[in-house]
Design a protein around this ligand. Structure first.
Ligand code: ASP
Ligand code: MG
Length: 420
């Protein structure tokens, strides 16, 4: 008998018909002899609807009360699901984050799970029940309801799988697994059989929406294999796991894009110690997450330009902050460009292959796509480009790195130099 944690996303539990279909799926698994903990998201569109309700009252709704409001989305689905299971004649128990003992820090809207008191779940499993837990929520030291950030139900599921020592965490969604690129953008995108935690973390934080990036962090930290599957088909899915010999040895495993950032620039700041700190301090104080940063010489001796990207929702505010700093920094100018996108290529194979960056730059150059900023890590290269070229960039990079072709595991494939 195996203990399995399954998570179903919003589209999988969108209405009564789908809830019944998922309940049947879960029951079949139970009848095969497994113990099941099922984590559910809110129904598709529900969290957006609740956010809208809060914002109809005021532009800046209180964060604590927003978490109380948003948590109701998942509370609805766990109740409906258990109603379905019980109507089918089986035993199930619904648990809110609090009832399931999911302890978090006190950051409303983006809380982190710190501890799980597994006793209530274990007891219900021992009674032969299917345990159905509300994803995306927990409670803090003071007993407040907290939520984990958009997409956070994945993290609830993987954290529960870790705490309960489940053999696998199955994440059911509306796609058949992790693809080499967004199939809506790139028709040649291919489903991967396996991907490493490291690559998946980069894909998730760079814009691929299939898994919440914190869930992959948990998976890696506690060595929980995560299986991404469709709840609509019986296709095999993608396993997110530790790097191993059977993984496809691809130089690049995935390409992703993010259109949710804007670029801001402050030109001609004094090129001396303490200036970057002076620029970024008020931005950090406003809780704005800065992503890519580039500092370079300006045309004027002793002066420098600093460009960086911020989430689009913070773009205007960032321009305002820089504008108020500018008079203190001499003859500076503040500029912005909200129409950008970040396209990233990700792959463990980059660690042992040279020429990957060049190949990316040449591929974009051939399409006349200008690169505005570049950032690299050991397994990722990101380029900021004009937003309107995003889809084209993804497609040509997918072709250039031959991601539509499956590479065999075991060998180290070198990039083929193109012969002109
Ligand atoms: N319902 C939450 C959201 O839409 C959490 C989740 O679905 O994972 O972000
Ligand atoms: Mg999700």
């Amino acid at each position: 008998m195996a203990l399995v944690v399954q998570k179903y996303g919003g589209t999988s539990v969108a209405d009564a018909k789908r809830i019944n279909a998922v309940a049947e799926r879960v029951l079949t698994r139970k009848q095969a002899g497994d113990q099941l903990v099922v984590v559910l998201s809110a129904r598709a569109g529900e969290t957006d609807r609740l956010i809208k309700l809060g914002c109809e009252i005021t532009d800046h709704p209180d964060p604590r009360e927003m978490d109380v409001l948003l948590a109701t989305g998942e509370q609805t689905t766990i109740a409906l699901f258990c109603i379905a299971v019980k109507a089918m004649g089986s035993e199930a128990v619904s648990m809110t984050g609090y009832q399931a003992g999911i302890k978090t820090d006190g950051h409303f809207g983006h809380a982190r799970i710190s501890w799980i008191q597994t006793q209530p779940i274990i007891e219900s499993l021992q009674e032969g029940k299917i345990v159905v837990v509300a994803g995306f929520q927990g409670y803090d030291d003071n007993g407040n309801i907290t939520t984990l950030g958009r997409g956070g139900s994945d993290t609830t599921a993987v954290a529960l799988a870790a705490a309960l020592h489940a053999g696998v965490c199955e994440i059911y969604t509306d796609v058949e697994g992790v693809f080499t690129a967004d199939p809506n953008v790139c028709s040649r995108a291919r489903k991967l059989d396996k991907i490493s935690y490291e690559e998946m973390m980069e894909l998730a934080s760079m814009g691929a929406k299939v898994l919440h990036h914190r869930s992959v962090e948990f998976g890696k930290k506690y060595d929980v294999p995560i299986m991404v599957l469709s709840s609509f088909t019986d296709a095999p899915g993608t396993l997110v796991t530790r790097e191993d010999e059977t993984m496809e040895k691809m130089v690049v495993s995935g390409i992703t894009y993010n259109k949710n950032e804007g670029r801001v620039t402050i030109t001609n700041v004094p090129d001396q110690p303490g200036i970057a700190a002076q620029v970024f301090r008020p931005i950090a104080a406003a809780s704005i997450n800065v992503d890519l940063i580039v500092q370079g010489a300006s045309g004027i001796p002793g002066r420098a330009n600093i460009s960086f990207t911020v989430p689009k929702i913070n773009y205007d505010q960032t321009l305002g902050i820089l504008g108020s700093l500018a008079p203190d920094l001499g003859d500076c100018q503040v500029m912005g460009d909200p129409g950008i996108a970040k396209v990233s290529i990700i792959g463990l194979g980059m660690r042992s292959n040279s020429g990957v960056a060049t190949k990316m730059f040449e591929t974009l150059a051939r399409e006349n796509i200008n690169i505005k900023m570049i950032a690299t890590s050991e397994i990722k290269i990101s380029c900021i480009i004009d937003e309107k070229y995003t889809e084209l960039a993804v497609r040509v990079l997918h072709d250039a790195f031959e991601l539509d072709r499956k590479s065999p595991g075991g060998g180290n494939i070198q990039i083929q130099e193109e012969k002109q």
